[in-house]
Design a protein around this ligand. Structure first.
Ligand SMILES: [Zn+2]
Length: 168
């Protein structure tokens, strides 16, 4: 590695540590020519995952898009921005772990839905309704049926407002 100070290619690694959940390595190096120290980072080259949309167009998987969808679904719900970030990171990790090249928008949506289901039922239905693009009120009704039967009366009230917004 060329020293950024004296430009000589003559250094020794004095410290290495793994960071970013094992995805990169930070190395402290000491230039043997001028004695100055500098830092380098090594990252695993991750091939981008392509998301295949319903019309077959493909685009790079984008964590921010997941976050946008989550923000919409969790609007006015008791879920912090920190939690949303954590969900997005988890989905990103799952996508990179389970798919080598391509993944459908639907599968990505399922991953998000599965996580949301355990966190907030209202957010879950909102999110699922957008991802699955419910074609009629009956399908939507089936998805919210478990909520009606549960004691979450407030959830139902929120959903009846949401229904127009989502389906409209
Ligand atoms: Zn140097």
């Amino acid at each position: 590695m060329k020293c950024p100070f004296c430009k000589q290619d003559n250094d020794r690694v004095v410290d290495s540590r793994v960071i970013g959940e094992g995805r990169s390595i930070r190395r402290r190096r000491k230039c043997l020519s001028c004695d100055k120290r500098f830092t380098t980072y090594e990252r695993i080259e991750a091939a981008p995952r392509l998301v295949v949309k319903q019309d077959q167009r493909r685009e790079h998987f984008n964590r921010d898009k997941i976050l946008q969808g989550l923000r919409f679904a969790c609007k006015k719900r008791p879920i912090s921005e920190e939690q949303l970030e954590a969900i997005a990171s988890r989905v990103e990790a799952e996508v990179f772990e389970k798919y080598d090249n391509e993944v459908s928008t639907r599968s990505v949506g399922e991953h998000v839905s599965e996580i949301l289901k355990d966190i907030d039922q209202v957010a879950y239905v909102r999110f699922a309704s957008v991802y699955r693009e419910f074609t009629d009120v009956e399908q939507f009704g089936q998805a919210i049926e478990p909520l009606r039967r549960s004691s979450a009366g407030s959830a139902e009230a929120v959903l009846s407002d949401q229904k127009d917004e989502v389906l409209g």
